[in-house]
Design a protein around this ligand. Structure first.
Ligand code: FES
Ligand code: FES
Length: 267
């Protein structure tokens, strides 16, 4: 590996546990895959959208190109251009142990242990087991602008209305029983929301973005906690850290309930 490539990885990774994990893994790197070049972009407006004029960025405009978007307040994203008018956006951080991803023209590739991911975020080659978060990207051929919707929601999950997300028991019957959990990305919020029915019958709602470096946690029903796939931080259903490297609790929301369902206040 060249000195410049190590420097690049260090720059993308920063310092701390991730950098250490990646540095330990670098001797096994794929010879031809580097993390995609970093592009700093401003935080999105209230609509959650970020737009880029594609021809301005040679690393992105060529077929098979890709850039790593560094956006204030959120995890880095990989914007890829397999070819033509097709663009896709996914998390730029490998879900194995957190290395920054590159793009081979067809798939996101991790230089550290060669995991690969399709442009739909699904794992196509291990050791990673957890897919990447994805975001919709639309290309306007007339203006040559690609627009990324960072607040798009999961189909079938309630949207944010007046700062609240309402989950009815009719739609989420599991929340009527202690131990029940509902999760999804509400349109208008952008991150994954977890809502739990706790053992005492009360409710808890937390943001699924890990406070270490922004990966999305998953609910581990066996351990009954939330696990971050990137560097193994764990959290209780109420967001408290039970294992680092994260040190800050998950963001927690106010939850109210009535006979018809649960309302989470997200703004
Ligand atoms: S960090 Fe191991 S495959 Fe990506
Ligand atoms: S992003 Fe590092 S533990 Fe979650």
């Amino acid at each position: 590996m060249s000195t410049s490539r190590r420097g690049f990885l260090k720059g993308v990774l920063g310092t701390g546990a991730v950098a250490g994990a990646a540095a330990a893994a670098l001797p096994g790197c794929a010879p031809d895959i580097d993390p995609a070049p970093v592009l700093d972009v401003p935080a999105p407006g209230d609509d959650g959208k970020v737009s880029l004029v594609v021809p301005r960025y040679p690393d992105l405009s060529r077929d098979g190109g890709a850039v790593t978007l560094r956006i204030p307040g959120m995890e880095n994203l990989l914007l890829v251009h397999p070819g033509g008018e097709t663009f896709a956006v996914m998390s730029a951080t490998c879900t194995h142990v957190g290395c920054p991803l590159g793009f081979n023209g067809q798939e996101a590739v991790c230089p550290c242990h060669l995991s690969r991911f399709g442009t739909d975020g699904r794992v196509t080659h291990p050791p990673a087991k957890v897919g990447l978060k994805t975001f919709p990207a639309q290309y306007n051929a007339a203006t040559q602008v690609v627009t990324i919707d960072l607040k798009a929601g999961d189909v079938g999950f309630p949207s944010v209305v007046n700062g609240k997300v309402a989950l009815t028991f009719a739609q989420f019957p599991q929340l009527q029983t202690s131990g029940g959990v509902a999760q999804g990305k509400p349109q208008g919020y952008g991150n994954t929301l977890f809502v739990f029915r706790l053992d005492d019958g009360s409710f808890s709602a937390v943001d699924g973005m890990c406070t270490h470096q922004g990966c999305t946690v998953t609910f581990d029903s066996g351990a009954n906690d939330l696990l971050c796939p990137c560097h193994s931080s764990t959290f209780t259903k109420e967001g408290a850290v039970t294992q680092g490297p994260a040190t800050v609790p998950l963001k927690k929301f106010t939850v109210t309930s009535d006979a018809s369902g649960v309302t989470v206040t997200v703004a």
